[in-house]
Write a protein that binds this ligand. Structure first.
Ligand SMILES: Cc1ncc(C[n+]2csc(CCOP(=O)(O)OP(=O)(O)O)c2C)c(N)n1
Length: 526
């Protein structure tokens, strides 16, 4: 096990602690798609767990596979970054209706401050939307314990359970207790159509069962001890959710604290807490999810809805001090960050994406729809080579949309992993609807952006073993591309000539710019 280990204690990164929690909970399976800040959870499990730990092709597949494992009666962990839950949400909403057998825990890592993400959405709304429980730890130590609790809760309620963490928990280390590893559940396959087949004749009954669980879930929160009041005659108080509790403790003498770690909860605890308080703060990362509830029980609330705390960005440990010193305005970054130099990401020296962009710029597309990965940095100066970036897989569809309105010489640029994740349906749709676009797939043999994870194109698994291998050229041909041409982006002359020809051609033409990421190439040489 990586990290400093002393008898039954270890200093572990938050993500590693979560991975350890899942192993101790007796999982039989773990699945994920890379995404900062959640990536290391699966990497830790792949290194330290003898059973199956897999990179799925996207988050929806990861969750669906976990549900399949649950149908064998065994426990499965599924981890992802917050926007990954958007992709998995179709499976999640109905899985909540049908329920699970073996425990299914979904660890979702939100990214307040959007340090490495396309937005700063709040996953607690997904738990509420799906009517399932959500546990929210305040540090890595709690995260490990809550993953174990979440598996027990999942099996008790027969529901998937979300554990919501944030960047500062995933990427900071804390001392965790190393516990025993629970034996895995035995495999047992039981057919139960009424709870496994979401057809109209079943879903209303399933919805009723889900609705009936809601009161039970609130009672569970109440009895769990995870939501707790610390009050000692103070006149001011803080409702602290998840990481907010770590910040609230900084003000623990002067402020009473209500720690919230389990949703849904009985609102009586809020009512009891705010009674007699002259000032109530709500510290929660991302959106004012709990603040809206607190405002129903007190008129003395300070938080994101009234601007005492910035509704954008992350909180930071000095959130209240900054307010009392008159330093907070809605647009300021947290004051503890303003003292640090900005370090925007840049393309690595020698990155072949830069070579590709040189050729693309030279052939002057009318418009270039981009996507998400290291190659998104091509949108920045001095290249200015991309005109859009929305979500994974969107570039091909956006380019097709422009082409359908008669815009000529439109290009889409997408990475190999992003293409497999969400680009294939977009490519098929563009072919089917007769778009005229150039699709450039930058194949660098890895998911470089998130730390060089392997892809099915490399045929290497999350555990570094040999897996099945798929061919990018064959996929593109099977999708009906008018042509598929492979170039080496370092060969500027050929790349430029091919791009020029394909930009002016009819149909959907795919150009694969293939060159392993320099870091992957270095590792392979070693
Ligand atoms: C739904 C979703 N899942 C995960 C991510 C995290 N993520 C950003 S880019 C990317 C893939 C990058 O790999 P690739 O397309 O091969 O491009 P590269 O970085 O290697 O150039 C991932 C996994 C995300 N932004 N959105």
């Amino acid at each position: 096990m990586k990290g400093y280990v002393e008898k039954t204690k270890a200093l572990l990164l938050g993500d590693d602690a979560i991975g350890r929690g899942a192993i101790e909970a007796g999982i039989s399976y773990a699945s994920s798609y890379p995404g900062t800040p959640a990536t290391q959870i699966l990497e830790y499990i792949a290194r330290n767990f003898d059973g199956k730990a897999e990179w799925a092709i996207n988050e929806k597949v990861a969750l669906e596979t976990a549900i399949g494992v649950s149908y064998t009666g065994r426990r499965a962990l599924c981890s992802m970054k917050h926007v990954g839950l958007n992709v998995a949400s179709d499976a999640l909403m109905t899985a909540a209706y049908l329920g699970v057998r073996g425990g299914v825990v979904i660890v979702v890592a939100d990214d307040p401050g959007a340090f490495s993400s396309q937005n700063e959405q709040d996953s607690r709304y997904y738990a509420q939307f799906a009517k399932i429980p959500c546990l929210e730890p305040s540090d890595g130590k709690e995260a490990k314990e809550m993953v174990i609790t979440a598996f027990d809760l999942s099996e008790e309620m027969e529901l998937p359970v979300i554990v919501r963490v944030v960047t500062r928990i995933c990427h900071t280390s804390s001392v965790v207790e190393i516990g025993e590893i629970r034996p895995q559940n035995p495999v047992s396959v039981i057919k139960n159509p009424a709870r496994m087949i979401a057809v109209p004749s079943n879903v209303i009954k399933c919805h009723k069962i889900l609705n009936e669980k809601q009161e039970k879930l609130k009672r569970w929160s109440e009895n769990s001890g995870l939501n707790k009041i610390f009050k000692n005659n103070q006149k001011k108080g803080i409702v602290a959710c998840g990481l907010g509790y770590a910040y609230a403790k900084e003000y623990g003498d002067e402020f009473a604290i209500l720690k919230i770690s389990s949703y849904p909860f009985n609102e009586k605890i809020i009512e009891d807490f705010v009674k007699d308080l002259e000032e109530v703060w709500v510290l929660e990362e991302c959106y004012p999810f709990v603040e809206g509830i607190v405002r129903r029980y007190s008129t003395n609330v300070k938080g994101k809805m009234t601007g005492e705390i910035s509704p954008e960005g992350e909180l930071g440990p000095d959130v209240l001090t900054a307010y009392y010193n008159g330093k907070v305005s809605k647009t300021d970054p947290p004051s503890f960050l303003s003292s640090l130099p900005l370090r925007p990401p840049v393309m690595c020296q020698g990155c072949s994406h830069r070579d590709f962009y040189k050729s693309l710029i030279a052939v002057k597309p009318t418009f270039t729809a981009g996507d998400i990965g290291c190659y998104t940095l091509g949108a920045s100066p001095p290249l200015f080579a991309l005109d859009t970036c929305l979500c994974m897989g969107a570039g091909i569809s956006q380019a097709a949309g422009m082409s359908q309105q008669g815009v000529k010489r439109v290009a889409a640029v997408i990475g190999d992993s992003t293409f497999l994740h969400a680009g294939i349906p977009a490519l098929i749709s563009a072919v089917y609807n007769k778009a005229n676009i150039l699709v450039a797939i930058l194949d660098n043999s890895s998911v470089a952006m998130t730390g060089h994870q392997p892809t099915p194109l490399t045929g290497i698994t999350a555990k570094g073993e040999e897996g099945g291998k798929v061919s990018l050229e064959e996929i593109c041909k099977a999708c009906g591309a008018a042509s598929v041409t492979v170039v080496d982006p370092l060969d500027h002359e050929t790349t430029e000539a091919v791009l020029k020809e394909k930009l002016d051609s009819e149909g959907v033409n795919v150009v694969i710019a293939r060159r392993p990421c320099i870091h992957v190439a270095k590792k392979r040489k070693k």
